[in-house]
Design a protein around this ligand. Structure first.
Ligand SMILES: Cc1cc2nc3c(=O)[nH]c(=O)nc-3n(C[C@H](O)[C@H](O)[C@H](O)COP(=O)(O)O)c2cc1C
Length: 172
């Protein structure tokens, strides 16, 4: 396997360009659009992961082949819908934590707040996440049911990436 194909995970934090105070907000309108892009593009790139939004911040984990993840991340980082995009972690992984999702979306809820309190973070500030917090955050997001979304891909039984034909048949 070449380095380009190495399965990696990249986690970053960013700040939404539109504020989210009050009820229906610009970011609430943007998230479905972002998820539509994920659904359109990520399966073809063999990328999956999770997107979390709360208190004006995004926390996203991208899982997939190194070159594809780096390339997509470059594009995402230039997206004007967020700013101050900072990489928290980029590392090789053996297995995906989100094998069933082109992009699982989990909004901020009370259990996330409990996790933050345990880590003595008064508010959701993913810029301050260290390796342990990222790991706990991922475990929490893996376990959370997702509203209005169905799993849309399946890498769970895929040990090695097969040919395009195997992948096509596997998904049919
Ligand atoms: C927080 C955030 C996360 C995003 N995640 C993804 C992603 O996982 N996949 C993706 O294709 N686009 C993602 N986007 C959108 C891209 O920046 C870009 O708009 C999109 O890929 C363009 O492709 P399209 O024209 O097919 O929509 C994200 C944008 C934001 C603001």
């Amino acid at each position: 396997m070449s380095d380009n194909d190495q399965l990696i995970r990249l986690a970053y934090a960013s700040q939404s360009a539109s504020s989210s105070s009050g009820g229906g907000t610009a970011v609430d309108r943007e998230i479905p659009r972002i998820l539509r892009s994920c659904k359109n593009n990520n399966p073809r790139l063999e990328i999956g992961g999770v997107l979390h939004y709360g208190e004006g911040y995004f926390f996203q984990v991208l899982e997939g082949p190194a070159a594809a993840v780096d390339h997509l991340y470059e594009r995402i980082a230039k997206d004007p819908r967020h700013q101050d995009v900072r990489t928290l972690e980029r590392r090789p992984i053996r297995q995906r934590r989100f094998p069933d999702w082109s992009m699982k979306y989990v909004p901020m809820e009370s259990d996330v707040e409990r996790l933050l309190k345990r880590h003595k973070l008064e508010r959701f500030d993913p810029y301050r996440f260290d390796g342990d917090t990222i790991e706990e955050m991922i475990a929490l997001l893996v376990g959370k049911p997702s509203k209005d979304q169905e799993p849309d891909q399946d890498y769970s039984r895929q040990k090695k990436r097969g040919s395009w034909l195997q992948r096509l048949l596997g998904r049919a």
